[in-house]
Design a binder for this molecule. Structure first.
Ligand code: DLL
Length: 436
């Protein structure tokens, strides 16, 4: 179902709307006199009214360190008393970011999330089991607001307490599961361990995001839970989940809600836009946000954009799955590797289960990659599978990796929060058992 006709607007009509919104945004930023007003003025922009979308590549960008510098509320564009909520992210690099919302911002968030849930086939009649964490993290409350705007019934489970989650799923029969992709796998494994067939739980579709995952992992989730597993992307700085969502018929692409979040893909080194279809750093301009508006925010997330017609009738620009982060790229003996490429090779082997970890051994002068994976069943010959995986990694990545096939259950699981699949081994004892 298409929740909002704006998703099917003609490209020209949407362009005109975006232009009007861009002009108003620039005027708001200038009036707020914050750090973005200063960089705009330094770039010669004194007012918004003549700007067009083609001018965007010439306007200043900002990135995470700019937000840290303004922490906690230096980027606020409205008085703090006009804010209705504050969310944030703990940040992979350990420094928090706080993101305030006005009441209108919360409505906008609910609206784009409702578009995403509807795109996944959720309806007013749906029961949404929401296992994203509630709290400062935007996952739980973002999906919650969206489910309310759609008119569905939401179960605010939050993360953790898996036994209770399973009990509730069996009792309430939700059709939609919302959680991180790693938690979807965790839940399925926990069900099996309890003797429950996870494909018989009655779930129809999963809406998974907040961490990188590949199509190989999608297949695993679909098989384990007997559902369609769709991707949802977002980040707290821009609004939270719902910035872009896959639909049941979008062929694996995520529709960017570009009437509110204008997207560019930039070359991470030069900062210049890359052509559609090429990998670039997603950069967002929040056209309509009030409390924390951002002009050309560089996310560090790498993906491709496409404007080809979508079979589902939506006309918005689409993004591919995120294939990595610009700061995630590993350079191993001169070869550039993204963890997602390793994941795709590992999970393509049916003898390997969904649990794996990449240990980057950075103790010496040259990085070494250790890929640890669990077999998909206990009777698999670890030595044979390990040798095969080493060969496929060498063939696909042009890189020699050490491979360890460990006992089922030996790798750490993530029950709460985002999965940590890349582990840096800087010094000291091995981060996982059995490594040397
Ligand atoms: O993770 C918002 C979210 C919640 C998205 C629930 C989807 C579902 P942050 O905690 O600020 O916000 O983290 C944002 O997570 O810059 C990406 O690096 C990563 N990320 C989010 N969604 C995806 C995804 C939420 N679908 C950061 N695929 C982003 C890959 C994702 N990475």
């Amino acid at each position: 179902m298409i929740f909002d006709l704006a998703e099917t607007m003609s490209v020209d009509e949407r362009g005109a709307l975006q232009t009007r919104r861009l002009r108003a945004l620039v005027d708001r930023l200038l009036a707020a006199r914050g750090p973005q007003a200063a960089t705009l003025r330094a770039a010669g922009v004194e007012r918004g009214d003549r700007l067009t979308l083609d001018d965007l590549p010439g306007l200043p960008t900002l990135s995470k360190p700019d937000l840290w510098q303004a922490y906690p509320f230096g980027m606020l564009a409205v008085p703090l008393e006009d804010c209705a909520a504050v969310h944030g992210s703990s940040g992979t690099s350990g420094r928090p970011t706080l993101v305030p919302y006005t009441s209108n911002d919360l409505d906008l968030w609910a609206h784009v999330m409702a578009r995403g849930l509807a795109a996944a086939g959720a309806t007013r009649g749906s029961i949404i089991h929401n296992a994203y964490g509630y709290g400062l993290f935007t996952g739980g409350l973002g999906v919650h607001h969206g489910a309310r705007a759609l008119g569905a019934t939401v179960i605010p489970m939050s993360s953790g307490n898996t036994a209770r989650q399973l009990r509730l799923i069996q009792d309430v029969h939700p059709d939609v599961l919302t959680c991180t992709p790693s938690y979807a796998i965790y839940l399925a494994e926990a069900a099996r361990a309890e003797g429950i067939d996870p494909t018989g739980l009655g779930l129809r579709v999963g809406v998974h995001g907040a961490e990188p995952w590949t199509d190989a992992m999608r297949e695993q989730i679909e098989l384990l839970l007997g559902i369609r597993a769709l991707d949802i992307y977002g980040l707290s700085e821009v609004i939270g989940p719902g910035v872009a969502c896959e639909s049941l018929d979008s062929g694996g692409w995520l529709h960017v809600q570009e009437d509110h979040f204008f997207v560019e893909a930039l070359d991470p080194l030069s900062g210049r836009p890359v052509p559609d279809g090429e990998l670039g750093e997603l950069t967002f301009t929040t056209l309509t946000k009030e409390a924390f508006p951002l002009l050309r925010y560089r996310t560090g997330d790498l993906a491709r954009l496409s404007r080809k017609p979508s079979p589902d009738g939506r006309t918005t620009v689409k993004m591919s799955k995120v294939v990595g982060r610009s700061d995630d790229m590993l350079v191993v003996r001169g070869i550039n590797v993204y963890p997602s490429e390793v994941e795709a090779v590992v999970l393509a082997d049916a003898a390997i289960g969904p649990q794996y970890a990449i240990v980057v051994d950075a103790r010496g002068a040259l990085l070494r990659l250790l890929v640890c994976a669990e077999p998909s069943s206990a009777d698999i010959d670890g030595l044979e599978v390990g040798a095969r995986l080493r060969d496929s990694l060498a063939r696909r990545l042009g890189l020699g990796c050490d491979v360890r096939i460990v006992e089922p259950g030996a790798l750490p699981r993530t029950e709460v929060g985002k999965a940590r699949r890349v582990i840096r081994w800087q010094a000291g004892p091995a981060p996982l058992p059995g490594l040397e």
